[in-house]
Design a protein around this ligand. Structure first.
Ligand code: CUA
Length: 328
């Protein structure tokens, strides 16, 4: 039997479906009600003798208030319900597994933090939140897993984030949901949701390459980032140790949050949010580093801030100075 809906295989799939069901029910109810009334009234109140003159009818206050208040209440329910589902699907839990996704014509490249790489396949454990940081090398793609009710556009020039928690072991279709060229329809793959023991076996079985942070550490030296951001005394650029997930004072007296998007922007457009007290001397790396490289650098800079949970105690300067810059 053909299925009307894909199966519900993520923690927020039932919430999305419930809201969707409610909106369809409301829409169907009012479509039927209004459609039926149009036909009934057209017949019932048609002009019978040709010379009949309409009687003047004055408005009914009660009726008008009722048809204003009731729909207003219904759309408010949709708004607050929708907002609560939206908050749920846009805020990843702090303990999520990190996965990095690069979309390019016409494939999904997936990198796990420990160095596992996959092509058009994503292996995840059930019962654990997974956070995706995504970038595009070329045009707009869209990461779409119907069974998880997960769809996020991946726009070139910025990172997109999304998260999900698979609830049922299985193999689920992964699509690109944005027309991205001749072989867009071939930009598909599978998400494998595995039980934790199976996932462990998969992790230890595969050949893990260099971890993302280690690859980022190499690029950090390659692009000579360390000459200014190497924690030396009197360095020309601010230290990057322990900054992730914390606010930073930028020029103009404002405060920026150091997240993936901020790091990316600071690499490709360093003058956009200059850290207070530093001159605008950093050159742009726009076009010099691939999206994959930007993801690796971001992973490396994140690895310099081990406790990234909000509210974590800042690392004391002395301890930070002793820490090795690379933590592979
Ligand atoms: Cu990528 Cu369609």
């Amino acid at each position: 039997m053909p299925q009307l809906f894909p199966e519900q295989a993520s923690s927020f799939a039932p919430h999305v479906d419930a809201l969707y069901g409610f909106m369809i029910a409301v829409t169907a109810f009012f479509s039927l009600l209004i459609g039926t009334l149009v036909v009934v009234f057209a017949i019932k109140f048609r002009r019978r003798p040709d010379h009949e003159v309409a009687t003047e009818i004055h408005e009914s206050g009660v009726l008008e208030i009722a048809w204003t208040i009731i729909p207003f209440g219904i759309v408010l329910v949709m708004f607050f319900w929708g907002a609560s589902v939206w908050f749920r699907i846009t805020r990843p839990p702090a303990d999520a597994i990190e996965v990095y996704v690069t979309g390019k014509q016409w494939m999904w490249k997936i990198q796990h933090a420990d160095g596992h790489r996959e092509m058009n396949e994503l292996h995840v454990p059930v019962g654990r939140p997974v956070r995706l940081t995504m970038a595009s090398e070329d045009v707009i793609h869209s990461f779409f897993v119907p069974a998880f009710r997960l769809k996020r556009d991946v726009v070139p020039g910025r990172f997109a984030t999304a998260w999900f928690e698979a609830t049922k072991p299985g193999k689920y279709h992964l699509f690109c949901a944005e027309f991205c060229g001749t072989r867009h329809s071939g930009m598909i793959g599978w998400v494998y949701a595995m039980t934790p023991p199976e996932y462990q076996a998969w992790l230890t079985g595969g050949v893990a390459g260099e971890s993302l942070a280690a690859a980022g550490a190499k690029r950090f030296v390659e692009h000579a980032c360390n000459t200014c951001h190497g924690d030396q005394p009197g360095a020309r650029g601010p230290s990057l140790t322990g900054i992730f997930g914390k606010p930073v004072r930028i020029q103009g007296g404002q405060v920026a949050m150091v997240d993936e998007a901020y790091i990316r922007e600071s690499i490709v457009n360093p003058q956009a949010k200059l850290v207070e007290g530093y001159p605008p001397i950093m050159p742009t790396f726009q076009g010099l580093i691939s999206e994959e490289g930007l993801l690796q650098l971001t992973a490396y800079i994140k690895s310099l801030s081990p406790a990234t949970a909000p509210g974590a105690a800042p690392i004391p300067a002395a301890a930070a100075a002793e820490r090795k810059p690379a933590k592979p």
